[in-house]
Design a protein around this ligand. Sequence first.
Ligand code: URA
Length: 283
Amino acid sequence: MDDRLKSELAAWLEFYRDLGLGEFYRREPEARIEMRKSKIENRGQSATEAFTTSGKRAAVLPIAIPEPRVASPEPRVPVITPPPAALSLFEAPPAPRRERETLDEIQQDLGDCQRCKLAPTRNKIVFGQGDPHAALVFIGEGPGADEDEQGLPFVGRAGKLLNRMIQSIDMKREEVYICNIVKCRPPANRTPEKDEVEACSPFLFRQIQAIQPKLICCLGAPAMKTLLGIKEGITRVRGQIFDFASTKVLVAYHPAYILRNPREEKTLREDFEKIREFLKARP
Ligand code: URA
């Protein structure tokens, strides 16, 4: 296998791993795979597709593709630094099924994280809270002052509203899992920056893989952009359900936005009703 192909494969493996897919199998008779840039039909969206030498399509980048009325998300191709582990996964004979990573293991790996510029100003890392096997995961933006102080997500005013919304669909906070796209408080509660999200989101993706929820609810635009790559305004996208790896994602307004615009609480309630219906249909 030449070096270019190796690094392309490594990038694929890393991409899938970031999406929460941890098991890879070698396709035997047609092991040679060629990457091509292509367009996904009618969506005008660039994607990378993998073709076998016989020209058969082997795989397509699993980007969540919103319906055409939604602006095309940028392909979420990760920074390509081939991890030796990913390469050896492909080279080695099929490995025994790996046990699913636990949230505790991920938290241990995160440790006293210094991977981005939020570390020096944070008080506590806010890893996440809730049922490690939750069917429903909420993802917010980043800890605020209360969360930074307590080390727990959504414990301030926005958290109280989130709790009420969860109760409105006859669920308890302890039954769901709540986390954020960054685990440290951005100074003055500003929106997390790209490099911060890039440093932190691999841990979020691993959390999602560990929990394997039926549904993820993105609270606000930053979570929506991080998971789905959608750049369109949240107003046009909220209430819709998208694919993310093997799970589904519903986009809703952030509770902090509702606190500033109380008239929109009705909209948030409607979206929570969609959550209820979705989960009811998938017991
Ligand atoms: N806002 C968020 O996005 N996350 C929190 O944990 C708290 C407030």
